[in-house]
Design a protein around this ligand. Structure first.
Ligand code: PLP
Length: 295
């Protein structure tokens, strides 16, 4: 089977005890129409998703992605995903696509068709863009005000901060704004001056000999790549910290990275037009570790 690969999934309830889900999977021609016009995912961006990376046939951080899907679904009042079914769908897709190079595997749980009885779900695997050069060259970043203060997730849970929803129009607009300002990417900040995340990534800062990332307080996504890197760094004897990161600390950092599942770790080379120190040796070591993960 070639890429892209598309699988429609009939989502079963979380307490469905079956172990074989094959009759809930429907392989689709990726070029053929697959969704109905009443789909709330397309009409309202009402659904949640995950994108994981598969490297040389190994899907990475499957369990972390499935549990984050469940967390996003809970925040959005969507039915609890059946973890065994999603695991099975991912492994089914892995068995059907080529096992060389990097593949991006996106899976979606939508609220379904308007007035319809059930959620809809699908999985879509594509060749990952070649990010090898950007992992070396890094990205110029601008900071953009996300428009909310720290603590917004607790005060206004209906904003669905911390859920990976399909509503990425704001994230894409922030990337366009970065491009307008001559940069490659964005780091969102709170109105009170704290670092949040990128539109498609988490931020890791090297400061005072520690690797620091903003605490996942509910206002940002708890990144699977950031968590994997922190576990790895801790095992290597490094000190890793979750806490609030004031923008002034990022500006003075010894190095900073944007990290995400498919692009992996990219160094920040400039922040709001000021050059940032780049630690190329550590960047290479991060990506070597991330690419070598077999689960
Ligand atoms: N934050 C946002 C808003 C994202 O969209 C993503 C990934 O797309 C991340 C963080 C990084 O998460 P992960 O490392 O699990 O890909």
């Amino acid at each position: 089977m070639r890429l892209p690969f598309t699988l429609l999934i009939d989502p079963v309830s979380a307490d469905d005890a079956r172990t074989d889900f094959h009759n809930t999977f429907h392989e689709m021609d990726s070029a053929a129409p697959a969704l109905r016009v009443g789909e709330l995912s397309t009409q309202r961006g009402d659904g949640v998703f995950e994108t994981l990376s598969m490297v040389n046939g190994h899907p990475q951080e499957v369990e972390a992605h499935i549990s984050r899907l469940a967390n996003s679904a809970a925040i959005c009042d969507l039915p609890v995903p059946n973890a065994a079914q999603w695991r099975s769908a991912i492994h089914y897709a892995v068995s059907r696509v080529p096992h060389t190079g990097q593949v991006a595997l996106k899976f979606v749980l939508s609220r379904g068709v308007e007035h319809g009885p059930a959620p809809t779900a699908w999985l879509h695997a594509t060749v990952a863009p070649d990010f090898a050069a950007v992992r070396e060259a890094g990205v110029k970043v601008v900071t953009l005000d996300r428009g909310y203060p720290r603590g917004v997730a607790e005060r206004a849970p209906w904003l669905l901060m911390g859920a990976k929803t399909l509503s990425y129009a704001i994230n894409m607009a922030a990337l366009r704004e970065a491009h307008r300002r001559g940069a490659d990417d964005t780091i969102f900040t709170t109105t009170d001056g704290f670092v949040m995340e990128g539109p498609t990534s988490n931020v890791i800062v090297l400061t005072g000999g520690r690797f620091v990332t903003p605490a996942p307080s509910g206002a940002i996504l708890h990144g699977t790549t950031q968590q994997a890197l922190f576990e790895h760094l801790e095992a290597e004897g490094e000190r890793v910290v979750y806490r609030d990161v004031p923008l002034s600390e990022l500006q003075r950092a010894d190095a900073a990275w944007l990290v995400s599942s498919v692009r992996l770790a990219v160094p920040v080379t400039a922040l709001d037009n000021a050059a940032m120190p780049v630690d190329l040796a550590r960047t290479r070591a991060f990506n070597e570790y991330l690419l070598a993960r077999t689960e």
